[in-house]
Design a protein around this ligand. Structure first.
Ligand code: 13P
Ligand code: SF4
Length: 303
């Protein structure tokens, strides 16, 4: 089947099954184009709970599809590629949380949604890169255990100096690869461009940026800015929606390594197979799901 036929068949099957396709901004352009909704982690988790469709195909990575299942246990949530995982989420375990809690019993545990369901189940509240500051500020606790992303945690710590942070040392491999020297080189090559980076970047990279925000916040900033050129410090999938929203502006990706292989595993062929064979449905053991749902729901109540 040629690409055009595959995409037509996806649309046909999606309508036949009354399914909705959600895609993260890091997905391949052709997946973003065939999806019903494209968004950042925060928008997609809100949508997953608000939509009335009984079948959601989540084009992203496992923790996103699992969060959708937590919020809508009665719905069928499909992750087209079973091993589309998030290496950062897998860095922290519930045992790590218990150890940090034992050392800091007075702290609240805030887990980035980029965490396993097991870690969420032992957390007080979740956050995304789009609402981390708001979520943490809302807590009465003076001390915050933050995991798994040390970079997002250190970004929050700078924004909220009145609280004390205990950070787990996890990281997103593609964002961690970006170095301060990459920003310096990119600025020399594009002296008129603004540098927009994700908070998953290293502190020394963030310190050189003009704007720090989640994928949705970067998109909004670039669209509303009077500037015409931007150096982008987040996964390269975002170039597609950036160009769609601002076709007259120019975007340059920062450094060579900004590609998340797991986000790129979902191809049109595998999305079609997912709809044809109803694979891979997310299934979470009920008592684990109940414990993990609470911190995600708390986050959404604040958003
Ligand atoms: P968001 O900007 O959507 O929070 O994405 C960050 C990310 O790494 C998703 O995997
Ligand atoms: Fe995980 Fe980073 Fe890939 Fe997002 S971009 S899924 S945080 S490895």
């Amino acid at each position: 089947m040629i690409q055009h036929e595959i995409l037509q068949e996806i649309t046909f099957l999606k309508e036949k099954r009354n399914a909705v396709i959600l895609a993260h901004y890091y997905q391949l352009p052709e997946i973003q184009d065939v999806a019903d909704h494209v968004g950042d982690s925060l928008a997609l988790s809100k949508l997953a709970s608000d939509l009335t469709n009984e079948l959601i195909v989540f084009c992203g990575v496992d923790f996103m599809a699992e969060s959708a299942k937590l919020l809508s246990p009665q719905k069928t949530i499909l992750l087209p590629v079973k091993d589309a995982c998030c290496p950062m989420a897998d860095m922290a375990t519930p045992a790590d949380v218990e150890r940090m809690k034992a050392d800091h019993p007075d702290a609240a545990v805030v887990s980035y949604v980029n965490s396993t369901t097991q870690v969420k189940a032992v957390s007080d509240i979740c956050c995304t890169s789009g609402n981390a500051i708001k979520v943490i500020r809302s807590l009465p606790h003076k001390k915050i255990i933050f995991l798994p992303d040390e970079n997002l945690g250190s970004y929050a710590a700078i924004q909220i100096p009145e609280k004390e942070f205990v950070l787990f040392k996890g990281f997103c491999p593609p964002h961690e690869e970006m170095m301060a020297v990459d920003v310096k080189i990119a600025r020399e090559e594009h002296p008129k461009a603004l540098v927009l980076v994700h908070p998953e970047c290293r502190p020394e990279v963030r310190a050189l940026a003009d704007f720090i925000g989640s994928t949705a916040q970067i998109l909004k900033y670039a669209a509303e800015s009077k500037h015409k050129q931007f150096i982008i410090g987040t996964e390269q999938g975002i170039l597609h929606p950036l160009k769609l929203r601002s076709p007259k502006k120019e975007f340059f990706i920062l450094g060579p390594g900004l590609l998340c292989p797991n986000m790129k595993k979902t191809t049109p062929e595998l999305l079609l197979q997912s709809l044809q064979k109803m694979i891979h449905p997310i299934d979470i053991e009920p008592s684990l799901a109940e414990a993990a749902r609470m911190p995600v729901q708390r986050m959404l109540e604040l958003s």
